[in-house]
Design a protein around this ligand. Structure first.
Ligand code: ADP
Ligand code: MG
Length: 584
């Protein structure tokens, strides 16, 4: 006889469960997506471990996921024959949250049901979402390779604790049994469950099976048969030819892999041939995830080798500044038993990463080119179909920039090979534009005759930049200055010395040399002023000698009496402050 053990949930889990069970989520359907996604992960893990040890398949090499329900008992059961869990694993995986950022996640929950449901999906606290519809969950499992007597039954009512006991379970894998809440019995319907699977899990690459149903005229109701029917498409979408895949299918696939309810802005699907062969399906999301600023988070590109899932935190496949890209890479060349270490060193992986980077940048270039609707004749020349596409894509790049623009700036420092392309994708606010829509090319096209540099100003905020006295002379002469107010700007711009042959100059550094924009009389006046003000400057220098390196007469001010500048090649005031704040 086995004994039951009671365990307390980790404090974070208990808090999360409280939130899950006390908020009625506007979209309770997601429980099924999460549990099917776990079942699918478990099968992927089995396939991966079985590469090294094929005996793990035991006598059941065909992996699938089965969803059934019992009206009388008011239960829904999701069964997989994947890797399964030992008792210790069940205690650990279903009682704690191993992920970093849990505390942050809990803080982010807003109380807004819709937003929170989306966050739950993103964070992947998937299993616990079962408690949205169930007041008791029982999990029965046996890990692949362990004897039948070492199965485990885990159960909980979603309050502070859960119980485990050892059971005998012949079948490898896991069953999750949901005891539905009284007000959630609507899910005891084949049609209902099937349509949720169709919506969220169609592209799970394993078969999802449901029992067939038949009208029983004695009972006067439908009864489930012992026969199973596949209810999802189960084809690895990316392996199909592009022409056979509809936009709706691409979008549905994105939603399953990204746990995102919103359609992506763009995607790109290619079979790359040449010395390294792979299929690439990459998406640009419409919304930044809540943990965009966590540079260590798992990247969103899943690695497959010949349709076998290998890993989904394959940072080696995409540079950090593009960490928000979602998608799939399926390689024909990598060995199936590829390890993390090997991934870091492999030439093929390097080629894939470069290929992915180029692809994402060209998707962005395309969105940027289509951001504004063509006008006048250019518009009239378009066919109706082209007009509809143009209208569909207009404004997307502006949206992208608002969500992810800052991460592209990281790319200036991170990806030297593509610096020029990244620079073209940057957008700025300026003295000529309140909205951050000015590209460096736009700026160049508006430069004054004789203007030799692209001028910019970094400050603590856009408002601070806009009101800086450093801008006075530029305003007076009508010269545009790009205004940057993000923390990362100073650092990022230090990597960008020129654009398309024109140097970039910070107006907060050194003497502003306006070159030919300054006429002779102005130059002379400045020189004379410097001469006549010499005694004043001497006095100021002496008084400020510990605090200012030099005191100069300047032509950059029009209304303000004085301003602070830093020497060329030194950190600007903004970065100096930042470094100081960081304790450097
Ligand atoms: P995530 O899937 O993001 O890891 P979940 O809360 O959905 O988070 O699941 C927690 C963990 O529980 C999983 O990482 C896995 O280790 C384990 N688990 C859940 N469902 C299954 C299953 N069907 N088979 C095996 N392990 C599972
Ligand atoms: Mg999960």
């Amino acid at each position: 006889m086995s004994t039951k053990h009671t365990h307390a949930f980790q404090a974070e889990v208990a808090r999360l469960l409280h939130l899950v069970t006390h908020s009625l989520y506007s979209n309770p359907d997601i429980f099924l997506r999460e549990l099917i996604s776990n079942a699918s992960d478990a099968c992927d893990k089995l396939r991966f471990e079985a590469l090294a040890d094929p005996t793990l398949y035991e006598d059941a090499p065909n992996l699938d996921i089965r969803v059934t329900f019992n009206k009388a008992a008011k239960t829904i059961t999701i069964t997989d024959n994947g890797i399964g869990m030992s008792e210790a694993e069940a205690i650990e995986h279903l009682g704690t949250i191993a992920k970093s950022g849990t505390a942050e996640f809990l803080q982010r929950l807003s109380g807004d049901q819709k937003q929170d449901a989306q966050l739950i999906g993103q964070f992947g606290v998937g299993f616990y979402s079962g408690f949205i519809v169930a007041d008791r969950i029982v999990v029965e499992s046996r890990r692949a390779g362990l004897p039948a007597e070492q199965g485990v039954r885990w159960s909980s009512d979603g309050s502070g604790s859960f119980e485990t006991e050892t059971i005998t379970r012949a079948a490898r894998g896991t069953s999750v049994i949901l005891h539905l809440r009284e007000d959630k019995t609507e899910y005891l319907s084949r049609w209902r469950l099937k349509s949720i699977i169709g919506k969220y899990s169609d592209h799970i690459s394993l078969p999802i099976l449901m029992p067939k149903e038949q009208w029983d005229k004695d009972k006067g109701e439908y009864v489930l048969l012992d026969e199973w029917e596949q209810v999802n498409a189960a084809s690895a979408l990316w392996t199909r030819p592009k022409r056979d895949i509809s936009d709706e299918q691409y979008i549905a696939f994105y939603k399953t892999i990204a746990h995102d309810d919103e359609a992506p802005l763009a995607w790109s699907h290619h079979r790359v041939e040449g010395s390294t062969e792979y299929t690439q399906l990459l998406y640009i999301p419409a919304k930044a995830p809540f943990d965009l600023w966590n540079r260590d988070k798992k990247a969103g590109v899943k690695l497959y080798v010949q349709r076998v899932f290998i890993m989904d935190d394959a940072e080696a496949l995409i540079p950090t500044y593009l960490r928000w890209v979602k998608g799939v890479v399926d390689s024909a060349d990598l060995p199936l038993n590829v390890s993390r270490e090997l991934l870091q060193e492999s030439r093929d992986v390097k080629a894939i990463r470069e290929g992915n980077t180029r692809r994402v940048l060209s998707m962005l270039e395309d969105l940027a080119a289509r951001d504004r609707l063509p006008e006048g004749e250019a518009w009239d020349k378009l066919s109706d179909e082209e007009k509809a596409l143009a209208q569909r894509d207009a404004g997307k790049y502006t949206r992208f920039w608002a969500e992810f623009g800052l991460t592209l700036k990281e790319g200036l420092g991170e990806d030297m090979a593509n610096r020029e392309r990244i620079a073209r994708l940057l957008r700025f606010a300026s003295t000529h534009s309140d909205a951050p829509t000015v590209s460096l090319a736009d700026y160049k096209a508006r430069m004054k005759p004789g203007q030799q540099a692209i001028y910019y100003l970094t400050a603590e905020s856009l408002t601070a930049a806009r009101h800086s006295p450093q801008l006075e002379v530029f305003r007076q002469k009508g010269i545009e200055v790009l205004l940057l107010g993000d923390r990362i700007d100073e650092w990022a711009m230090s990597f960008l010395h020129e654009f398309d042959g024109t140097p970039l100059r910070s107006v907060a550094k050194g003497a502003v040399d306006l070159g030919e924009l300054q006429d002779e009389s102005e130059k002379k006046a400045a020189e004379e002023a410097a001469e006549s003000l010499k005694p004043v400057l001497e006095r100021l220098r002496a008084t400020l000698k510990d605090r200012a390196k030099d005191v100069r007469v300047t032509s950059r001010l029009v209304d303000s009496p004085a301003c602070l500048v830093v020497e060329d090649g030194e950190y600007s005031l903004q970065l100096a402050r930042l470094l100081k704040a960081a304790g450097q």
